[in-house]
Design a protein around this ligand. Structure first.
Ligand code: SF4
Length: 465
């Protein structure tokens, strides 16, 4: 292949994960105790063809600054909706300097036409299979405008390389041990980006591939505590059972995400615990009657949250319980009722967010039809700002109720009550609770700097009613 790059003049490839103001290293709110290493950049680094002369630099804006004099031939930026504006800003700056820029990630998959205006190339969908070709095309000076996930995309290739986690310095993160076995999810919750961006088919790495990735990581680092970032580890029960069974001999401890539907499968919960599961993030979403239907998540209503959490605690599994405020049946009572449930059920680490209609999702389409979208400033689509008109309260009430709930659930007495009730004490739970307490008490500072709704009504982009 004719190319200007060689071992003396390697191609400089820079991969960036941008962050919005709330999560940026400088001035951001998240402390190290709450950060774990992102997997996208290390996966792309691993997929970059090794036979080509390339020097790779990874930048996560959550832990480091982007150097003002950054040298690059090609810059790849991955963006979710909340970081899209920052991604476009960086892309425009780099392109003005003559550097080629490609954009990818969930937001670009949802809004390809918008993204294309800021990039030389965009990646739509998962890039695992298109990435090597994209790099070869760049070398041959034949970069195409669009690289799209193919119809036959899957993750079953056992020769796929493992993420190059060591490219980041582990000292900046709570953990570097971030793994994935699957992608996407079989459900179709109204607010969720996953089914809209990637469809309802779950993609799965072969269990043997996942086990080997973990085995090599443990051999290299000696660390046996890890996080699975899969959206829903139990979407396919047969796969989940095979995976959990294969994890048992590794003698690891792991944290991951699941739906509450595990409540109906005692055998699976026991297998999970046996495989080393020590913590689960559960999308509990709401305590308000009717709101589960609003979220397209009626399946949650078949589960008694308190009983499920008690069962998991008995199995030695801690719970990060996630709730969303602003669903159409939510009222002013919802905030306190949610806090009470979280205390009563002894949820180890509760997390609250504001309902966010990510573009392209059925929720966004419905709210747009109802003329309830208040702004299309994507930087506010971070699940902490209110960007739509709630049904049974005002924007201000939703925002303040959300903030109040955070503060209340992380009062010292409530941290103590929950952790005592869980009877499942793990040092990490205490560290994470203090991290979230800091977050709860500093959230308001970040609303004043960039929040245009109601506090600065002139900036609202209201649709004509
Ligand atoms: S269960 Fe979770 S990951 Fe799956 S569609 Fe619903 S919110 Fe998304």
């Amino acid at each position: 292949m004719e190319t200007k790059y060689n071992n003396d003049r390697k191609m400089k490839l820079v991969l960036i994960s941008p962050k919005g103001p709330l999560y940026r290293k400088s001035g951001g709110i998240f402390k190290k105790s709450l950060r774990y290493q992102p997997l996208t950049l290390t996966t792309l680094a691993a997929l970059t063809p090794k036979e080509l002369p390339i020097e790779i630099t990874l930048i996560d804006e959550g832990i480091m600054e982007i150097p003002a004099d950054l040298q690059a031939d090609l810059i790849g930026i991955t963006a979710i909706t909340g970081t899209a504006i920052r991604a476009y800003e960086l892309a425009d700056q780099f392109r003005a300097k003559g550097i080629k820029v490609l954009l990818g990630g969930p937001h670009i998959t949802l809004m390809p036409e918008e993204a294309a205006e800021h990039a030389d190339a965009i990646c739509i969908g998962y890039a695992d299979q298109t990435w090597p070709q994209l790099i070869y095309d760049f070398f041959a000076d034949k970069l195409q405008a669009v690289y799209k996930q193919g119809e036959c995309f899957d993750l079953t290739d056992t020769t796929l390389p493992f993420p190059e986690r060591e490219r980041f310095d582990s000292k900046y993160f709570l953990t570097q041990a971030v793994f994935e076995a699957t992608r996407s999810c079989g459900h179709d919750c109204e607010f969720c980006v996953a089914p809209t961006a990637w469809g309802r088919k779950q993609y799965q790495h072969p269990v043997s591939w996942v086990v080997e990735d973990i085995r090599q990581f443990v051999a290299k680092t000696g660390k046996r505590k890890l996080i699975f970032v899969d959206l829903n580890l139990v979407s396919d029960l047969e796969y989940a059972k095979e995976l959990f069974t294969a994890l048992i001999p590794l003698k690891i401890q792991w944290f991951g995400l699941s739906t509450v539907l595990i409540a109906h499968n005692n055998e699976l919960m026991e297998l999970m615990a046996k495989s080393g599961c020590k913590g689960l993030l559960l999308g509990l979403e709401t305590v308000t009657t009717g709101s589960l239907g609003d979220a397209g998540k009626k399946f949650n209503s078949s589960v008694n949250y308190k009983e499920l959490i008690a069962t998991l605690h008995k199995l030695g599994i801690s719970i990060q319980g996630c709730f969303v405020f602003g669903l159409d049946h939510d009222t002013l009572d919802t905030f306190d009722a949610t806090v009470e449930l979280a205390i009563d059920a002894a949820i180890d680490l509760p997390r609250f967010s504001v309902l966010t209609p990510f573009p392209g999702t059925p929720l966004y389409k419905r709210l747009e039809q109802e003329k309830r979208i208040l702004t299309k400033d994507w930087s506010l689509y971070d699940a902490q700002h209110v960007v739509f008109e709630p049904k049974l309260m005002t924007v201000q009430q939703l925002s303040e109720g959300h903030e109040r709930a955070w503060k209340k659930i992380y009062q010292y007495k409530n941290i103590f009550k929950r952790l005592w009730g869980a009877r499942n004490f793990q040092p990490l739970a205490l560290t994470a609770n203090f991290g979230y307490r800091f977050y709860a008490h500093n959230l308001h500072k970040f609303y004043t700097c960039d929040w245009p709704i109601e506090r600065n009504p002139s900036k609202i982009i209201l649709q004509s009613k």
